[in-house]
Design a protein around this ligand. Structure first.
Ligand SMILES: Cc1ncc(COP(=O)(O)O)c(C=O)c1O
Length: 487
């Protein structure tokens, strides 16, 4: 055997020993994890048995994507929604009588659950009845309040965020007479066909493909899906400028709160302005949460159109499109007066909805906006600062204890950040995060439907949440989870 052959044989032996050790460690970890998971599932399902039982009872008739989203055999037994019974302030109770500190709610409850001033406004409107065909009494006042707080010229109402985005795109297309739109990977703009698109990987030109079955690829022809915050995307927009009706942005994506690209947004504003492309800010989450004037005020960027919903509905379904008259006049033809020769001059498109300007939604929105106006930006400033402090405490704990997790916030919404080599460990990290959320549910912290702090959360609530997170992490680590180093 030559020297070289001997060296190779030693190297191979060492490698195979390493591989064997790794396999043994993995098997041990897997056994530990499986035992731990089994015990946890037993605990969790016992605590929430009515939610599980009701989900199964009605599954034959209730087609419910939330009851099977993220299906995975290993956690099948705990895959069911928590069914809510009651909610008040920072708290929520499920059908099993468990009490939770509620951080979810899809970002609707800026003032916590069931705040007395909204409850009273809704009760008063119920007394008056629900007139659907005549215009709701408060619609004009609500439009004025939105215009005052956001600086947008004109406002129209729909029933959901999805409808608002769909309508904003139609208004942009109608005003520009162009049909392509650009949006960004990682953004969510609701569930209409036109925005459920992802980037076509490997395509030479930026192409979109439908994100789900049932969406026509013809619709994708009109969509570019670009990289968010990446200045190269601006070059693509420049190249397609003459075809683009709109660029649609979720200024800070719910899925990536750490990405807050102010310079990118400012340059995007300049570019779209020069090219006559409508810049649409989807402020469904950021609107009224980060600042009374939303992400536009925060970043110092004035969009042409903005979409809102969630918070201003005070718990009622609502969607809002607001923007410059040039675009908004597509709803009704624009301004005209009685007693003179004026008439609606702008070209219109089609905007409608049986339940748009619903009296209950308008009654709730009116008091929400009045409340926001009277409190001023101090309300958001204080809440943003409390959330940042909370997030800093958590990150310091994760770092000190080498927990491969991080949290980021944009004002009062926060979310997990993937650390280290996010691509190779992406699924493990997401699975661990998912399991952590289940642990928090088991400890009475409700974090489904996003992570949002409200003005109803007290310092004691925040301490409670921090303790629950620390305890959950420790338990999971004992069970073999959250121990990988992702650096
Ligand atoms: C940024 C954004 N746009 C649009 C939507 C859609 O709103 P809705 O669920 O009210 O249709 C959402 C919903 O979460 C959202 O976060």
């Amino acid at each position: 055997m030559t020297k070289r052959q001997r060296r190779l044989r030693t190297k191979n032996l060492l490698n195979s020993n390493k591989k064997m050790n790794r396999t043994l460690i993995n098997e041990e970890t897997t056994n530990l994890q499986q035992r731990y998971l089994k015990a946890f599932i037993e605990r969790y399902t016992k605590r929430t048995e009515t939610s599980k039982q009701l989900t199964q009872t009605y599954r034959p008739v209730l087609a419910n994507s939330r009851a099977s989203f993220g299906f995975c055999l290993s956690i099948k037994e705990i895959l069911y929604p928590i069914i809510g019974k009651q909610a008040q302030g920072s708290r929520m109770w499920d059908v099993d009588g468990n009490e939770y500190i509620d951080l979810g709610g899809f970002g609707v409850n800026l003032f916590g659950n069931n705040p007395p001033f909204i409850k009273e406004a809704l009760a008063a409107q119920l007394e008056q009845g629900i007139q659907i065909s005549p215009q709701a009494e408060f619609a004009g006042e609500v439009a004025l309040l939105i215009s005052e707080l956001t600086g947008m010229e004109r406002v129209t109402f729909l029933n959901s965020g999805t409808e608002a985005v769909m309508t904003a795109l139609r208004l942009a297309r109608s005003a520009t007479n162009r049909y392509k739109i650009a949006l960004f990977s990682g953004s969510y703009h609701g569930h209409s066909d036109g925005t459920l698109m992802i980037a076509h990987k490997g395509a030479e030109n930026p192409r979109a493909v439908p994100l789900a079955r049932g969406i026509s690829s013809n619709i994708a022809e009109d969509v570019l899906v670009l990289d968010y915050g990446n200045f190269e995307s601006l070059e693509v927009i420049k190249a397609y400028a003459s075809e683009l009706a709109a660029v649609l942005v979720e200024p800070v994506q719910s899925r990536r709160p750490e990405l807050q690209p102010q310079a990118f947004l400012q340059q995007l504003r300049e570019l779209t302005q020069e090219s006559g492309i409508a810049l649409i800010f989807d402020e469904m989450v950021t609107g009224f949460r980060i600042h009374p004037g939303g992400a536009q005020a925060w970043f110092g960027v004035e969009a042409d159109l903005a979409t809102y919903g969630k918070i201003i509905g005070g718990g009622m379904p609502i969607g809002v499109v607001a923007g410059k008259a040039t675009y908004m006049d597509g709803v009704d033809g624009g301004m005209w007066n009685y007693g003179d020769e004026s008439y609606p001059q702008a070209k219109t498109t089609f905007v409608a909805g049986t339940f748009s300007k619903h009296p209950l939604a308008m009654a709730a929105a009116r008091v929400v906006l009045q409340h926001l106006k009277s409190q001023g930006s101090g309300l958001q400033q204080q809440l943003n600062q409390r959330t940042s402090q909370f997030v800093e405490t958590l990150n310091a704990y994760f770092e000190a204890n080498k927990v491969p997790l991080g949290v980021a916030n944009f004002g009062s919404f926060f979310g997990p950040v993937l650390l280290g080599n996010a691509t190779s460990n992406h699924s493990t990290v997401s699975e661990n995060i998912d399991l952590l959320l289940y642990h928090l549910l088991a400890k009475g912290i409700y974090l489904r439907g996003g992570c949002f702090l409200s003005t109803a959360h007290t310092d004691e609530d925040i301490d409670c949440i921090i303790h629950a997170i620390k305890d959950s992490v420790e338990e999971m680590q004992e069970g073999g989870f959250l121990v990988d180093s992702y650096s």
